[in-house]
Write a protein that binds this ligand. Structure first.
Ligand SMILES: [Zn+2]
Length: 235
């Protein structure tokens, strides 16, 4: 037989129901507000589904133990227009096509375009003949290196000793480390590592265009390094 509720008990249960209902409504409202803020901010900043957290630089441990040198170009319309890079969908590999020139020479060339006012060119990174890496453009700004892919890729320019465009061991090792670190940072896959050649058909980087096997081996080396970085991160 069902027990008859006292008046007091009836009121108590009613209060309890009301409290539960109110709490549920408040939680739902908080969830809706948080999601709305997330969606609206993503739409406003135009980076919906983007992997770019707006970082200017990333830390990379290079084979020769040195660090990436921050050598940002002076903002100017010809090499550092400060256009926001809204998403990063790939890394583009280039060669300088200027045998024997150093990373510093190539950075000076980019910097000098500001006063020449005739050509537009730049690259996020330049890797030198001793494996040194100069960063010329922050990762949240576009560089002028990869034509129609300037607005969604990071560019790496590599120095080389001779006309064949082959990278020496130091340059190559730094290129593998840097590309791998970028793949980890921006969640990029093997297919996202491309040559300038893959965008425009330009013979750049020459050695990797003329030696498809070396290009494939390079991407394999990068993926191995990506695996190592992720393994180390797990501790
Ligand atoms: Zn190129």
């Amino acid at each position: 037989m069902r027990k008859r509720l006292t008046r007091e008990e009836w009121h108590r249960r009613k209060r309890l129901k009301r409290t539960v209902l109110m709490t549920t409504v408040i939680i739902l409202m908080i969830v809706i507000i948080v999601f709305s803020i997330y969606f609206i901010s993503n739409i406003l900043y135009g980076n919906f589904g983007s992997n770019n957290v707006g970082k200017e630089e990333i830390m990379v441990t290079l084979p020769n133990g040195t660090e990436i040198q921050n050598r940002f170009l002076t903002p100017n319309p010809y090499s550092r227009p400060q256009t926001q890079l809204k998403r990063i969908n790939g890394v583009v590999i280039h060669y300088t096509a200027n045998p024997g020139s150093t990373a510093d020479n190539n950075r000076s060339y980019f910097e000098g375009l500001a006063t020449k006012k005739t050509t537009s060119a730049s690259s996020h990174y330049i890797i030198g003949l001793e494996g040194e890496i100069l960063q010329c453009i922050p990762l949240n700004e576009v560089s002028y290196a990869s034509n129609e892919r300037n607005d969604d890729t990071i560019a790496i320019e590599c120095c080389h000793m001779d006309e064949t465009g082959i990278f020496n061991a130091e340059t190559y090792a730094s290129l593998v480390s840097l590309t791998a670190a970028l793949c980890v940072e921006f969640d990029l896959k093997k297919k996202d590592i491309i040559r300038h050649y893959d965008i425009t058909g330009k013979l750049c980087p020459l050695y990797f265009v003329e030696h498809e096997d070396a290009w494939e081996a390079f991407k394999e080396d990068v993926m191995l390094k990506v695996g190592l970085i992720k393994e180390n991160a797990k501790g």
